[in-house]
Design a protein around this ligand. Structure first.
Ligand code: C6P
Length: 407
């Protein structure tokens, strides 16, 4: 058996999505900007895809949803263009974000700091989320933008976006949310929540890689990141990627149709897996289940290095991760766990398991069995190692675990 439990890194493209995309590679391949029939033949399909995205997010006709290559591009676009428009071209000098954003936000913010922007990286609470009053307390009349993720890719924790949106509206500050891990996983209603910009990526909800979008409330001005042709009303130049736009439309429609039912089924499997893994001694899951995306578990196993665990799981054909896929090549501690207050040793033990609607009960059974086997093997190795190499200042495997992480 092989089990894929890294759906926060990327998902399998749904076969129905692949089928919907197929004609646009070698039959309906015209450039939508061309005036001849080859080009215009694509228009109804593009319109349908755009409608599917608007419907899924309950966006208003006054809003813009602009296709990009991925959420990394969408995040960079907002941060760099707000810098250009309100900081270089205005009297603001400050951006607020959190310590636990994806690297596509954090690295862009660090670059902005090099350009002289003041960036506040808000701390998170013991549940791994930022509290609305914390955001409020850091907003000044120089603040150009608040950027807070909708849900964490590492922990699955859902941030109080509605409350933060209200604060930003009241203070007259632009609000961006990285919605990558929320769109297609939990309801995202853009007429219910006040948010100026939302980034998303299709491959997180069983669409193709290489296509994302940026939602822009009320089609408000935001200088383009890519200059060039007239595509997307001059907002994002480059020939429209018709097959991928069609695929994103189909994928978001599939993900959000009967969403509650789909999510209840994923949640039931996730909870069963989590309950079984918590039977192991000294295991901890970050964040309350109720406020987490229904597919995600970030679990720590005292005395078991995350990388060792991944190795054993991989040998059993189970794909998991220690955290964000784009930070998986270093052996650093999990930065989100450090931000929550875990000590360095504990922050090396995090394993992220993320399910999808394609995860089966048999796969969960197999994962529970293999996970327990791996923990027993790795703990046996570390205890025999500890006999010859006592940890200075304490017993081997001993580490400080913040009480709030225990469940
Ligand atoms: N997170 C993960 O393993 P792209 O790569 O541009 O499609 O998406 C970037 C991105 C932005 N924001 C969040 C919250 C994300 O989770 C991701 C992608 C993957 O967690 C790969 S690093």
């Amino acid at each position: 058996m092989q089990v894929y439990l890294d759906n926060n890194a990327t998902t399998m493209c749904d076969p129905q999505v692949v089928e919907a995309m197929q004609p646009f590679f070698s039959e309906l391949y015209g450039n939508p900007s061309s005036l001849h029939k080859f080009g215009t033949a694509t228009h109804p399909y593009l319109k349908k895809a755009i409608d599917q995205v608007y419907t899924a997010l309950n966006a208003s006709d006054d809003d813009d949803i602009i296709f990009t290559s991925c959420a990394t591009e969408s995040n960079n676009w907002v941060l760099k263009s707000v810098f250009n428009d309100l900081i270089v071209g205005g009297d603001k000098d400050h951006i607020i974000t959190t310590e636990v954003e994806h690297p596509s936000v954090l690295s862009a913010c660090r670059w902005l700091e090099e350009q002289g922007v003041k960036v506040t990286y808000l701390p998170v609470n013991d549940q791994g989320i930022v509290e609305p009053h914390t955001v409020k307390s850091f907003i000044t009349d120089k603040t150009a933008l608040v950027s807070v993720m909708w849900a964490s890719n590492e922990t699955g924790m859902i941030f109080p976006i509605k409350e933060i949106g209200e604060i930003c509206k009241e203070k007259g500050v632009l609000f961006h949310s990285d919605g990558v891990q929320a769109v297609g996983k939990i309801p995202v209603d853009l007429q219910d929540v006040h948010v100026d910009f939302v980034s998303m990526s299709a491959h997180k909800f069983h669409g193709p890689k290489g296509i994302g979008a940026l939602y822009i409330k009320n089609s408000q001005p935001l200088s383009p990141l890519l200059h060039g042709g007239e595509q997307m009303g001059h907002r994002r130049s480059g020939t429209l990627n018709v097959p991928y736009i069609v695929g994103m439309g189909k994928a978001i429609e599939l993900a959000t149709t009967n969403m509650e039912e789909k999510m209840a089924s994923i949640r039931a499997k996730r909870d069963r897996l989590e309950d079984a893994l918590l039977e192991l001694s000294d295991t901890f899951v970050v964040g309350s289940r109720e406020n987490r995306t229904p597919n995600t578990i970030l679990i720590s196993i005292r005395g078991v290095e995350g990388e060792g665990m991944l190795w054993d799981l991989n040998n059993a054909m189970i794909g998991a991760s220690t955290g964000s896929a784009c930070a998986s090549e270093d052996l650093e501690a999990n930065t989100v766990m450090l931000a929550i207050g875990a000590d360095n040793e504990l922050a090396h033990t995090g394993i992220r398991l993320s399910l999808s609607r394609f995860t089966t009960d048999e796969e969960i059974d197999y994962t529970i069995e293999q996970f327990k086997k791996a923990v027993a093997r790795l703990r046996a190795i570390s205890s025999s190692f500890a006999k010859v190499q006592p940890t200075p200042g304490g017993e081997a495997g001993e580490c400080h675990i913040p009480h709030h992480m225990a469940h």
